[in-house]
Ligand binder design. Sequence first.
Ligand code: ATP
Length: 607
Amino acid sequence: MKQMTRVAAQDVETSTAEGPKQSTEAAIELGKEALRLGKRWRRQALPLAGIGATHAIGATASALSGPAALVPVAAGWAASAGAYGYVHQRASRWNRVYAGTAAVSSAGWQAALALDGSAGIAASLLWASGAALSIPWWVRHTEPEPDITAEKTSPAAHMALPAVTSGPDPRIERWDTYIGATGKALPGSNLKQVSELPFGWRGVVELNIGEHWHSIMKAQQTILSVYDLPDGRVFVEAIPGASVRTAQITVLTRDPLQAVVRWEKPQLDPATGTFPLMTTADGEMLHYRFWWPGGGATHGLVSGVNGSGKTKVLDLILTEAAASDRVYPLIVDGGEGASLPHWRDRVKLFAETPQDARKLLRYALRLMDRRRKVVKRQGGGSVEPSPDMPLIAIVMDEAHKLLMNDEDTGTDNGDVRRMCEKLAQEGRKYGIALVLATQVPSAKQLGGSTVLRDQLKGGTVVGLRVTERTSGNMISSGAPMPEGLHELPAVFPDGKPTRGLGYMLTERMMRARSLLIENPERQSITATRLDTDCASEAVPTMTGDSEDLFVDEQVSPREAESSSDDASEQLIEEAIEAGTHADPLSLMQATGLSLSQVRRALAKHGK
Ligand SMILES: Nc1ncnc2c1ncn2[C@@H]1O[C@H](COP(=O)(O)OP(=O)(O)OP(=O)(O)O)[C@@H](O)[C@H]1O
């Protein structure tokens, strides 16, 4: 009996101790549930919060009298304007319009309640009209109730997957409903590993077996529509080393490229041969490469229509080159001295006429010959740029004008093409790099030279905005492009021009913008010397004379041919005097002239 009494007493003790414990647990559960519901429905509750705040401001103002009543209304109006300003900066067009309407309505109701009192019919009307205005918001933000059964019934699973505690990610839900569901753009696909970025979010998309990630790129427009975004905000990229069924998707809810990023100081890293040139939409720096350590020089191509910012890109490349003691820049200004005038007195050779351009290229070929001997002496390999043997960078703006034949005047620029081809093909080993700027990144603008196209594609290729779709676009690595360069907008949504906006041919196929250098002429220059072999080569004089090899409009084709022949003859004479064998092949190589030009010049020379 005693024992029974003890057990009963123990039961009472346990139940009295467990009572508060259970109620605490219940309170915690209730709190959690309230928190979950709050988080889950916070977007839907936003209009109610707005109506409540409007009512409170109106009620406070109506309870006060005299000028004091203006204070809550003024504060309320400022809050409405502030709320709209916040949304205007960040949200989509629909949200901006909605926020504007809501802010104006709220301000109006605050004043109405302040005048009419908050207890009368005005307050009921406020709630009724507020609810009516909320309907479009609720319709637009309808989301299916997440399935939290697993979360509730299996606390262990809930702990193992912390992401589930705040309910399913709405971005994943949208994907599943509008993209991954049967009959949608990518049936059976999954969005996983969603993480936040400063300007949006990123995730991994996994497709059904048998699918390739290129199909995600084809669904880009659907993805933009599902997430309510303007063009150019979704980027799909392969994941190196991962299955072709998966890809990384970057979604930008804001466009960071709207902000101009300024170049600050020279950053050419001698250890890598690179410097930062562009920043991607997700904040990564893309680098221009002058050389590969141990692998020789690399070439570059910058393309874009007038005003796209390509000369500024060349300015940046030249500034980095001029500031380094390992790069010796030479400039050909195909814009007849008007494209890069501020560099005229800042580099050793600046060619602004087609004739001077030819002289400069022949000089570069002679330097290459001299370096050939140096490389032979060092037992092969390639020239590693150093202060004693700098990289020779030949930068040609408006290169298409010198590389394409001019059908109007009948000018054949085959000699310029051949010289550039030779420099592009052989320059790598000898530390000679070509940096060309054209209006379109196509072989056509390179005078149809597939040799130049292939060599340049192996280096840094920057494609800024173009106006028309082009065939043979060089900004392509085999995978489909997120968009054509002709699809890049001319202005950002805020109306500012998109200068410097484009793509760099790297594994990051994402919109990028070049760093802006404001005053390249104010940047310091490092005196760089050529190696002794090259330094002993006679430097041609740039006359700025535009006659001679270039046919101008007033000259008849016959006169043009004879003037061209005179120039060829002069070149041949110079080459023979410099020790070149007088056979056509050697002379073609040394001068960059065509076989017929060499033959004609030799015939005249020998007369
Ligand atoms: N990355 C950039 N960010 C912001 N503004 C830029 C950028 N690049 C260029 N700009 C602006 O655009 C203007 C035109 O650039 P730039 O002269 O390089 O164009 P372009 O393509 O070379 O045109 P053109 O062939 O007519 O000379 C510059 O003066 C500069 O103000």
